[in-house]
Design a protein around this ligand. Sequence first.
Ligand code: AMP
Length: 309
Amino acid sequence: MSLLTVGSVAFDAIETPFGKTDKIIGGAGTFIALSSSFYCANQQIVSVVGGDFPSEMIGLLESKGVDTKGLQIKKDEKTFFWSGKYHNDMNTRDTLVTELNVLGTFDPVIPAEYQNTKYLMLGNLSPQVQKLVIERLEKRPKLIAMDTMNFWMDIAMDDLKQTLALVDVLIINDEEARQLSQEYSLVKASRVIRAMGPKYLIIKKGEHGALLFYNEKVFFAPALPLEEVFDPTGAGDTFAGGFIGYLAATDDISFENMKRAIIAGSALASYCVEKFGTERLTEISKADVEARIEQFVALTDFSAVEKII
Ligand code: AMP
């Protein structure tokens, strides 16, 4: 089934306790599209880059089955640039630079061929742009998922609330869930946030896994314990890409299938953090992802517990 991703395609410069990069390819849209391509063969991207963005990277996306007709290239302008520095715990980071460049005036144009998309993934972008995309689709997709961040809660809460009212799934981290809901308990936060619009809420807890809330149901998936986390940039987007890519490929939005999609996303995210930027995602195969999923199954094997009940 078709999947449309809207999100930043960017240059990033990253500093972690293990090293530092110059400008490398990043952006929420890039991570989502690369990740979802492991499951979904038929997908499209709407985004914008400057004339400085390497055509080889656009070629790489196309080689993964991503239609890039909706990726605008503003020849005389510069690509969005973000720079961040991780603290020693690797769970927290400071944004050092955000240069919006082409993203500052981004007008998301939806090519006619994308109009019938069944799955829409709104990556982290201004909530006004996210809303505009929904409004510009003539037919509402079967499922709309979105990501956002504290940055937008700080400067555009009203717009964010309007966009939230239009989506089905919200994917955010625990800190963002607390800020959005003004509740510390994630269970209470999940009720407050779902009352804002999204029926499904996924709260990511970094190395502590992810929670899925729907009606009175809750599902928890751990993160794979990794020996080394090299660079967490894009892990959240990679998770979201695997999640929506799996749902689109199976065209099943039941709660049970969402559990599988969460494991698919978690497996991909566990690879993303092993190298800088998108590098690891471009090296691994579908068989590698499946091997990680088997590790998840073994990690959460509760069958022995039945004997104590
Ligand atoms: P994550 O680590 O999942 O939060 O995503 C990191 C990616 O988000 C980086 O590759 C950045 O290029 C991108 N990014 C950071 N800030 C923004 C922003 N304000 N708008 C859009 N994309 C952003």
